[in-house]
Design a protein around this ligand. Structure first.
Ligand SMILES: C[S@@+](CC[C@H](N)C(=O)[O-])C[C@H]1O[C@@H](n2cnc3c(N)ncnc32)[C@H](O)[C@@H]1O
Ligand code: SF4
Ligand code: SF4
Length: 375
């Protein structure tokens, strides 16, 4: 039945705990690991009412994340509440033993695992406490048990040289989808950015040029998504075109993202609360408050450095978390995007399939300004 409530929730991205068994150098969520923060995590009773309410808003897909979701003692009790919907679990895979996977099979709502894998020795350096060989074994086990497996990879300068080899490894394991991203600058990454710099945009786009050329030649069942630069399953209908009259993160408007303490955020990378499930008493109460928040009401035209940019329709101003880090202003530009889009135009755009290429060429504002990288 269609919900009569105004705000829909097509997906609920729920960080069930801030607790974690790893200490990744770039983790945006490190503040949530603090024991003081953890005292404020939602109780199982609160979570039960919350999930009931999301179902009234039409939620069919739950992404269970953290911290590390398996660190939550009542993990299975939470999953039980999501019966009848699809559940995707975003995990570092550290505790996913054969026995646990067997136990998980009792919950048919779990359809997919998203595992984080960043490379080889470089993975072990970045994802402190994890070993890439264990991640590989876990993928094999999950596939054997019929699960969909998505790999999330974050590229920094330390692991950029491993990405091509990682691509082949992941492809051989018959992973269903590979999502590659650059780090956004938040949490523990703010402390570590000098030691672990973002990738070199030129190198980054060159590696993916090589990978996309191989994909064009040989084909691939695996879905490939690279930052906001490339989607192997490109269709105009699944591609966001940014419009100056809409919110720069408009496409996330029907996503509900919640921190372990009930804070409602615009997306997982944007760590400031617009409302809080516990304080506002219910989701409908929180949504009333959310609507009044200044961030909820900005438009892409408010991003002054971006409005005349050559790439605005494709980039949309990049990641708001990066703008806050660099300019302390959620209407600032995103220097990672500014450094990457010119390389994308030079390196990746020319090798795209014809229809894909023509589509993006129409979106470039050839009279617009070139972005200026500022760090
Ligand atoms: C916060 S983790 C939570 C789930 C689980 N602990 C894991 O690592 O997969 C969710 C995803 O965010 C990614 N991530 C963490 N910090 C990030 C950052 N600064 N920028 C981009 N992605 C980040 C992780 O690599 C992981 O794929
Ligand atoms: S990225 Fe995931 S595994 Fe790594 S520290 Fe953060 S929450 Fe833990
Ligand atoms: S490339 Fe830079 S200036 Fe251009 S829209 Fe993106 S963030 Fe804004």
């Amino acid at each position: 039945m269609k919900s009569s409530l105004k705000r829909g929730i097509y997906e609920f991205h729920f960080e069930v705990t801030g607790n974690c068994n790893l200490n990744c150098v770039y983790c945006y969520n490190s503040d949530c690991k603090d024991p003081k923060y953890r005292e404020k995590e939602l109780s199982i009773e609160e979570i039960k009412s919350l999930i009931k309410e999301t179902k009234k808003y039409g939620t069919k897909l739950y992404t269970v994340s953290g911290g590390e979701p398996f660190m939550r003692e009542d993990f299975f009790e939470i999953i039980k509440q999501m019966a009848g919907c699809s559940v995707s679990i975003l995990t570092n895979g550290k505790v996913l033993t054969k026995d646990l996977i067997k136990e998980l099979k009792k919950y048919p709502q779990i359809k997919e695992f998203k595992l984080s894998w960043d490379g080889f020795d470089s993975h072990n350096k970045l994802r402190i406490g994890s070993n890439w060989k264990d991640v590989e074994k876990t993928i094999v086990e999950l596939k054997k048990n019929g699960y969909k497996v998505v790999i999330n990879t974050i590229v920094l300068d330390v692991n950029q040289k491993d990405i091509y080899k990682l691509y082949h490894k992941i492809k051989k394991l018959e992973v269903d989808r590979w999502r590659v991203d650059m780090p956004f600058i938040f949490g523990r990454y703010i402390k570590n950015i000098k030691k672990y710099a973002p990738p070199d945009p030129k190198y980054f786009t060159e590696i993916f040029k090589k990978i996309i050329q191989e994909e064009n030649k040989n084909g691939n069942k695996m879905i490939l998504e690279i930052f906001n630069l490339y989607k192997s399953q490109f269709k105009p209908s699944n591609t966001v075109v940014f419009d100056t009259n809409t919110h720069p993160c408009e496409y996330k408007r029907e996503l509900l993202s919640m921190k372990p303490n009930g804070d409602i955020i615009f997306c997982p990378s944007l760590n400031f609360a617009m409302a809080n499930y516990r304080i506002d008493g219910s989701l409908s109460g929180a949504f009333k408050k959310e609507r009044k928040h200044s961030f909820y009401n900005i438009k892409t035209s408010d991003l002054k450095d971006c409005v005349n940019c050559r790439y605005l329709k494709i980039c949309g101003g990049g990641c708001r978390a990066n703008a806050i880090y660099e300019f302390n202003d959620y209407c600032g530009k995103d220097s990672t995007a500014c450094a990457t889009f010119p390389e994308w135009e030079k390196t990746i755009l020319p090798i795209l399939k014809k229809s894909h290429k023509e589509y993006f060429k129409k979106l470039i504002n050839y009279n617009g300004k070139n972005p200026i990288k500022s760090y």
